[in-house]
Design a protein around this ligand. Structure first.
Ligand code: E4P
Length: 218
């Protein structure tokens, strides 16, 4: 299972990378705005900085919503670094653009996916990654994890190679359940990754080991 961090914050990306378990980064226009990154030069420089930290898989999202401009923008993003994966929304022109990028050898992440039908379309277009947003489905009383299960089954039925990238992951149990179901990738905030470390028995056990060691070693 791959771990991506869902942020545009360089310190958080460094911290996750230093843990030694990070396989990539996902960003979106909201996350870039949260860091105050605006203007095409600054946006490009920020993606370069992210690519300078991690080994691969940096999702950079297009803003355009029509085929020609998605292709133009996606090509510019892909030129920034070989690590860039062009993130394209699940809309008609987005699907066409994913098909085009695939034929050009440009990797894509199809985003804003909320149904199995959308997942089939993205896979048929050749998306490298598919981002179903499980937290946002849970927010409206739909079962986000059930969607991941459905997509895993459908992709297995046909041997689709598109990797299922569970997104909008809100807590550690989301991540663990995605692992049980067989999602290929999970993208989540830093606190979800570091949250996996926590167990009170680990803390109690370590405290006891260190205290016992101290008793005889000073
Ligand atoms: C995925 O690529 C998105 O950036 C992200 O996971 C959305 O998460 P949110 O629903 O917490 O905004």
């Amino acid at each position: 299972m791959k771990f991506f961090i869902d942020t545009a914050n360089l310190d958080e990306i460094k911290e996750a990378y230093d843990l030694g378990v990070l396989d990539g980064v996902t960003t979106n226009p909201s996350l870039m705005a949260k860091e105050g990154i605006s203007g095409s030069e600054n946006i490009t420089a920020h993606y370069k900085a992210i690519c300078g930290i991690v080994d691969n898989n940096v999702s950079a999202e297009v803003i355009a919503t029509d085929f020609e401009n998605i292709v133009k923008e996606g090509k510019e993003l892909a030129k920034i670094d070989d690590k860039i994966v062009v993130k394209v929304p699940m809309i008609k022109d987005g699907v066409k653009a994913i098909k085009y990028f695939t034929s050009e050898g440009i990797r894509t992440n199809c985003t804003l996916v909320f149904s199995p039908g959308q997942a089939i379309l993205a896979a048929k277009a050749g998306a490298s990654y598919l981002s179903p947003f499980i937290g946002r489905l849970d927010d409206i009383s739909h079962d986000g994890l059930a969607l991941i299960e459905q997509i895993v089954e459908i992709y297995d039925n046909y041997g689709f190679t598109t990797e299922i990238l569970a997104a909008s992951v809100r807590h550690t149990m989301h991540l663990v359940q995605c692992a049980e179901i067989g999602a290929d990738v999970v993208t989540c905030p830093l606190k979800v990754i570091t949250g996996l470390l926590n167990h009170p028995l680990t803390d109690i056990g370590l405290e006891k080991f260190l205290a016992d060691h101290k008793k005889v070693n000073g």
